[in-house]
Design a protein around this ligand. Structure first.
Ligand SMILES: Nc1nc2c(c(=O)[nH]1)N[C@H]1C(S)=C(S)[C@@H](COP(=O)(O)O)O[C@H]1N2
Ligand SMILES: [Mo]
Length: 309
């Protein structure tokens, strides 16, 4: 039997961090500052030895930048997750225009500098659970979607938010064939869009997003399956009717509009009760609403949690 190098079981970065963390916790336990709102744990240290540990609120360490940027679903480039980083590396993301239109009193057209001037960046460490059964912990930077929507002033008729990815077949080769109904579209009910967890991300580990992660701006909805977190957004529309997402158009039975993470509802082709955290061997249990039940359960009071929506 082939021996598995320990570096494959625990990626170098995580191994190092854990050891350092234990050491530092023992030394500085009293002065560890834990910022519960953004779940960032900073271990104190001098400049030659400062270390910031990124953990979610359960204490799970974030995946490494390497992991997060080399295992990506971005079907506009290719279906193979390990190839996306290379195939997308020349995507032109500057200049970039983001429109916020539809049923709003104050339509917006922003470039990303405008956005950073208008709204302060926040850091959020979220679990991302793909419908395929793998997950990561990702330290995002970005702006809460509700802050941008408030600037655009949705009218009282607006019930849903529709998001659209760039359509540019020259840059996104898979858009040259019609295996999928491009452009990639997604949607949220307006109260889901206004929830404090919902983020428009522009960075990971404090660096600007790379193309494979959805540069320059992408949605992150951590309590829903990953496909809701649409990448490289050019347009946000406030609308009256429930949008039809790309995945609903492909297979509504498998990929519903709500797509809340739910371990009790199997995908028609596989169980959703467990998941593989990238970098780990053993599968771990999947949590209802991906562990964000406290923050989002109020949105689904009338839902039967054994039904797929
Ligand atoms: N435009 C676009 N957005 C997308 C996708 C895609 O193929 N195209 N894939 C989705 C899926 S299935 C997942 S799991 C997440 C993956 O995000 P990550 O590569 O940053 O981990 O992006 C989502 N957003
Ligand atoms: Mo996914």
């Amino acid at each position: 039997m082939q021996k598995i190098a320990s570096s494959e079981i625990t990626p170098e970065y995580l191994y190092f961090s854990r050891r350092e963390f234990i050491k530092k916790t023992a030394l500085y336990a009293g002065s560890l500052s834990v910022l519960s709102a953004c779940n960032l744990i900073k271990a104190p240290g001098n400049s030659s030895n400062n270390l910031t540990l990124y953990k979610d609120e359960f204490g799970d360490l974030a995946n490494t930048f390497e992991q997060i940027t080399n295992y990506n679903n971005f079907y506009e480039f290719f279906t193979n997750k390990e190839s996306v980083a290379d195939l997308s590396k020349n995507l032109k993301t500057d200049p970039w225009k983001l429109e916020i239109k539809g049923l709003v009193n104050n339509p917006l057209e922003l470039d990303l500098d405008d956005l950073s001037k208008l709204i302060d960046q926040e850091e959020k460490i979220y679990r991302l659970r793909c419908v395929e059964g793998w997950s990561m912990v990702i330290p995002w930077t970005g702006v809460p979607l509700n802050k941008i929507l408030s600037l655009a002033e949705p009218s009282s008729e607006a019930k849903y938010v529709r998001f659209q990815t760039l359509y540019d077949p020259e840059q996104m080769p898979a858009q040259q064939d019609n295996l999928f109904p491009w452009p990639y579209l997604e949607g949220l009910r307006i109260d889901e869009a206004m929830n404090d967890l919902t983020l428009l991300a522009t960075g990971i580990y404090g660096k600007n997003l790379l193309p494979q992660s959805g540069a320059p701006i992408r949605l992150v909805v951590p309590w829903k399956y990953g496909f809701k977190s649409i990448k490289s957004i050019v347009k946000i529309d406030l609308v009256k009717e429930q949008p039809v997402s790309l995945w609903m158009a492909v297979s509504p039975r498998e990929y519903g509009f709500y797509a809340n993470v739910n371990p009790h509802i199997p995908h028609p082709r596989w169980s959703q009760s467990t998941e593989r955290r990238i970098g780990e061997i053993e599968r771990r249990p999947t949590l209802l609403f991906n562990g964000y039940e406290e923050e989002v359960a109020y949105l689904y009071k009338n839902f039967d949690l054994s039904v797929n929506y």
